[in-house]
Design a protein around this ligand. Sequence first.
Ligand code: FUB
Length: 309
Amino acid sequence: VSAIALFIFSIASSCCVAQNPLDFGSNIKTADPSGHIWADGRMYLYTSHDQECQEDFYMKDWHTFSSSDLINWTAHGPSLSVADITWADNYAWAPDAAYKNGKYYLFFPAGTGVKDRVNPEKSTKWMGIGVAVSDSPTGPFKDAIGAPLWTDPYANDPSIFIDDDGKGYLYFHGKGADYLVAEMADDLLSVKGEFHKMDMGGYEPKMEGPWVFKREGMYYFTMPENNRSLAYYMAKSPFGPWEYKGIFMQEEGGNNHHSIVQFKGKWILFYHRWLMGEGECKKKQRHTAAEYLHFNADGTIKEVKRTRE
Ligand code: FUB
């Protein structure tokens, strides 16, 4: 009897213990998670994919995972690859997704060329923002316009925010790490008007991946300050002007990139952390992780600590 009880206990405990980083059921290394909940109520994560022990963020495809409880995840495999894009062959960096008018959209940065760190004028690298479409939340996605929506010649980390009235806004960071925003056309495949640089209230540290969400009528513009510590601004409009509010997750070494989404009544922060691998790669690699996010009564975000569960 005790052996059976032990067996049942071991199954029960291995089935439902949350792990941080998230357990996607394979050794895949993922980063830059964007969380979304679509009509079926599941959490969908759109991530970039680090190759084992990769150098210089040469990344080739984007993956989708889903879960109904944030514990048991289904890996849906690559949902788009640079091999399927005519205008890029590298830099499959941080994606984001949207649902509108019956279609799923994957906004992605990609590019080509090589960065010359010693002689920047000899660099051939450029990156643009593309958009791909699918009838399914897990893809496969197909490049919708066959060209970047924007490159100048650098554009990275798109974040698409659909407001309560159905209007879509695309954010990303461009040349000089400026944050740009534009309202999107109704089909999300082109820009309505123009991209313009946002008013960040006079405080603009070096930044990367933006993520915008709305809570109780206020817009939150969140981002990794100096590419490392997660910080945020608040505004009354998706265009800003933004008021800086401070850091809510301290850096841990290495870049960070996140998303924030409400799931079953709780706010969840997805991000990636750098952990030393146990295999042949003797350096830290990125893994998608999650934490609960809490707010103060005035709407400001409470500091988040990294956990292992
Ligand atoms: O994953 C490649 C790049 O690293 C992302 O685009 C940045 O946000 C940083 O996470």
